[in-house]
Design a protein around this ligand. Structure first.
Ligand SMILES: [Zn+2]
Length: 314
């Protein structure tokens, strides 16, 4: 979202960390208490505002267990280890993402964050960073918080670059917290800009773009299904909605996507912001879905992301 901690609508420049061979990833998986591997497609390296009250977890109502930005990092990395989350697409302030990557170089896939506080990066520099292997994903692009739609012409050179260099684009879709347009951070925020249907012209102009829609496009179920139906290259992540929404509502949404036949295009994500415990809550959101088979859960947690990120072919 964007807006400080709550809106993961930021455009994250995903830096591409060298990818571990799948065999190595899989062998690591066995080390950790038998938990099969997971890939988190949506994690943030955000900073806490020093000196301000700790932000309350919107679900538990309790303050973040992490009291400093370093604790957010260390606790989050510990949770990744605990759940055998072998890779995570991480975006946030570039210097913070760097710190996370230094702490866990094999695990962190670097994203570029764009939101109301983080503008689109310089294009020439971005090209250099991608080609140097320091940026791997362009996202989270929380364009909505900047008052931009996914098909805004200013984004065109970024899509062209991502298509040319074959790196994924991660776009925030859906909504934001209550009252966002009235918050001084985000007067240009509009619900309208979160509609997944707005990616259509981008897909027409850039048919080879690897793109995933964040937050499952929720609550735009029909539009999300329409895009997934017509454009087989599009994936969606289930971040945030798998822990912030009432469980029944999330499961209803997930079940509709499964019934429509999109089980091979769904990606696990947590959208951890400044609450490391959210990662486990997000995992639980998938594991508790009794309508999913074990195989379908493995697809969502891991197999679909391996395919999308091309981790098996390099
Ligand atoms: Zn978001």
């Amino acid at each position: 979202m964007g807006k400080a901690f709550f809106n993961c609508a930021g455009l994250a420049l995903l830096l591409y960390v060298p990818v571990m061979p799948l065999s190595q990833v899989l062998s690591q998986a066995g080390v950790d208490g038998g938990r099969p591997p997971i890939i988190d497609m949506h994690l943030h390296a955000f900073r806490l505002d020093d000196g301000k009250p700790l932000p309350l977890n919107p679900v538990t109502g309790r303050p973040s267990a992490a009291r400093t930005s370093a604790e957010v990092r260390d606790s989050s990395l510990a949770v990744l280890e605990r759940y055998n989350i072998v890779k995570a697409v991480v975006s946030g302030p570039p210097e913070t993402v760097d710190q996370w990557r230094e702490a866990a170089p094999d695990r962190i896939i670097v994203g570029v964050h764009v939101d109301e506080a983080n503008p689109l990066p310089d294009l020439a520099r971005l090209r250099v960073e991608i080609q140097a292997g320091r940026v791997h994903v362009l996202g989270e692009l929380a364009l909505q918080y900047r008052g931009m739609a996914p098909n805004d012409p200013r984004l065109e050179p970024y899509y062209a670059l991502a298509e040319e260099l074959d790196i994924p684009i991660a776009i925030h879709t859906g909504i934001g917290p209550p009252g966002t347009p009235y918050d001084p951070c985000c007067p240009d925020f509009r619900v309208t800009f979160g509609n997944p249907i707005l990616v259509e012209e981008v897909l027409i102009h850039h048919p080879r773009l690897r793109i995933y829609l964040m937050h499952g496009g929720a609550p735009y179920l029909q539009e999300t299904e329409a895009v997934l139906s017509v454009y087989p290259q599009v994936y969606v992540d289930l971040a945030t909605i798998n822990w912030i929404l009432p469980r029944e509502e999330f499961h209803g949404y997930l079940r509709e996507l499964m019934r429509a036949g999109f089980g091979k295009r769904l990606l696990f994500g947590s959208d951890q912001m400044v609450w490391p415990e959210a990662i486990g809550m997000a995992v639980e959101g998938i594991e508790s879905a009794t309508f999913l088979t074990e195989e379908e859960k493995r697809d969502i947690f891991y197999n679909n992301a391996v395919r999308f990120l091309k981790l098996d072919g390099k």
